[in-house]
Design a protein around this ligand. Structure first.
Ligand SMILES: Nc1ncnc2c1ncn2[C@@H]1O[C@H](COP(=O)(O)OP(=O)(O)O)[C@@H](O)[C@H]1O
Ligand SMILES: O=P(O)(O)OC[C@H]1O[C@](O)(COP(=O)(O)O)[C@@H](O)[C@@H]1O
Ligand SMILES: [Mg+2]
Length: 337
C-alpha cells in the first residue's frame, strides 16, 4: 500500500476510535463560549460523531448532568453571551478521587473525546482526565487573556470593548466636573483588561496586579501635577486584583482636594453579545479541537500565536509564563502626558 493510502487508512481508524465527543465550559464564563460549543457540536456531527454537552463544568460532570446535543440545540446561540451549558468552579475536581470519578463518568457515557473550554485551572483538570484515559483538548476561554500559550483568549475582545465603551461614558462626566475617576475593571490576577483599556481610553494611570506595589505618594503628586498641566480630569484604570477602588478614591480626594469618584464595572464586562472576532476565533478553535481529537491527539490546548492557530501539550502550556508587555505599559505612560 502506498504511504499516502496507509496514512489515510490510519486516520480513518483513529476517527473510528472516537465516537462521542463531550464539551463543557468551566471557570468564569466568557462571550464567545457559545460559538465554540456550536462549532464543536456541528463539526463533530458533520463527521458522524455523537455529541454530549456537560452542564456546569466539572461540577456537572461529577453529577452526571450530561445531555445530547444536536445541530438544532446550538441554533441561535452564536450571538449570545454567557454559556448555554452553564459553568461552575468545582473543588472536588482538584482531588484525585474527584478526577477518577470524572474519568469513570466520561467512560460510562461513552465520551472518548472531551473539549474543555476555560482557563488554566480548567486545563489542569483536563490534563488529569487525559492521564486517566479520556482524550482531552482545551480551548482558552477567559476574559482575562491570562493564558501564556496564546495571544488570544475567547471573550477578551468582547470584554475589553464593553469596558472601553463604559469608561468613555465615565470619562465624559469626569471631564465635565474636572474630577479624578477611578474605574475598576476585572482581573483578579491579570492586568490585560486594565492595560488595554488604559491605552484605549487614554487613562493617566493604570494599576495592575503585576505592578501592585505602586507608590501612593507618587500617584498623588502626579494627580496634582496633571491638574497644573491643564488637564481636565485624571482617569485611573484599576484592575480588580490591585485592591479597593472606593477607599483609594477617598484617599486621593483627601490628599489632593480634587473630587474623586470610583466606578466598579463588575460583571457587566463578562456578559453581552460576542464581537465578530470572538465569534470567528471561537468557531475556528472549536472546529480545530474536534479535528485534533479525530487525529488521535490528547492533552493539548489550542492557542493563537504569531497569527496562526496552533496546539500545545498541556504540561508545556501550563509551564509557560506570560508577562505584561513592558513596552506597551511604557507607551501608556508616554501617551498620558
Ligand atoms: N489543579 C487542578 N486539578 C484539577 N482540576 C482543577 C485544578 N485547578 C482547577 N481545576 C478545576 O478547574 C476549575 C476552574 O478553575 P479556575 O481556576 O476557577 O478557572 P479557570 O479555568 O478560568 O482558570 C476549578 O473549579 C476546578 O474544578
Ligand atoms: O465571577 P467571580 O466568581 O466573582 O470571579 C471573578 C473573576 O472571574 C474573572 O472574570 C474571570 O476569571 P477566570 O476566567 O479565570 O475564571 C476575573 O476577571 C475575575 O477576577
Ligand atoms: Mg483563570
Amino acid at each position: 500500500m502506498a504511504e499516502a493510502d496507509k496514512l489515510k487508512k490510519n486516520l480513518e481508524e483513529i476517527e473510528d476510535n472516537i465516537r462521542t465527543i463531550g464539551v463543557l465550559t468551566s471557570g468564569g464564563d466568557a462571550p464567545g463560549m457559545n460559538a465554540a460549543i456550536r462549532a464543536v457540536t456541528r463539526t463533530a456531527l458533520s463527521k458522524g460523531l455523537k455529541v454530549r454537552g456537560i452542564r456546569r463544568g466539572y461540577h456537572g460532570l461529577l453529577r452526571e448532568e450530561i445531555i445530547d446535543l444536536s445541530a438544532r440545540d446550538v441554533s441561535d446561540t452564536i450571538q449570545r453571551g454567557g454559556t448555554i451549558l452553564q459553568t461552575a468552579r468545582c473543588q472536588s475536581m482538584r482531588t484525585e478521587e474527584g478526577q477518577q470519578k470524572a474519568a469513570a463518568i466520561c467512560k460510562k457515557y461513552g465520551i472518548d473525546g472531551l473539549v474543555v473550554i476555560g482557563g488554566d485551572g480548567s486545563f489542569a483538570g483536563a490534563q488529569k482526565l487525559s492521564h486517566l484515559g479520556v482524550n482531552t483538548i482545551g480551548l482558552p476561554g477567559t476574559i482575562d487573556l491570562d493564558i501564556a500559550c496564546t495571544d488570544y483568549t475567547i471573550g477578551f475582545d468582547t470584554a475589553v470593548n464593553t469596558a472601553m465603551e463604559a469608561i468613555d461614558k465615565v470619562r465624559d462626566t469626569s471631564t465635565s466636573h474636572e474630577r479624578c475617576s477611578i474605574i475598576e475593571v476585572m482581573g483578579r490576577d491579570a492586568g490585560y483588561l486594565a492595560l488595554w483599556c488604559g491605552i484605549a481610553n487614554g487613562a493617566e494611570r493604570i494599576l495592575m496586579p503585576e505592578e501592585s506595589d505602586y507608590d501612593e505618594g507618587a500617584l498623588i503628586e502626579d494627580i496634582l501635577a496633571n491638574k497644573k498641566r491643564g488637564k481636565k480630569n485624571y482617569i485611573i484604570i484599576n484592575a480588580e486584583g490591585v485592591g479597593d477602588s472606593i477607599n483609594l478614591a477617598k484617599k486621593i480626594e483627601q490628599a489632593t482636594g480634587i473630587e474623586t469618584r470610583a466606578t466598579i464595572l463588575g460583571h457587566m464586562q463578562r456578559g453581552g453579545s460576542p464581537t465578530c472576532k470572538d465569534r470567528v476565533y471561537a468557531s475556528t478553535m472549536g472546529a480545530m479541537a474536534v479535528e485534533l481529537l479525530c487525529a488521535g491527539k490528547t492533552n493539548r490546548i489550542v492557542g493563537y500565536k504569531h497569527g496562526r492557530f496552533v496546539d500545545y501539550d498541556i504540561e508545556e502550556a501550563l509551564a509557560m509564563k506570560k508577562e505584561i508587555p513592558a513596552h506597551q505599559y511604557e507607551i501608556s505612560k508616554i501617551l498620558a502626558i
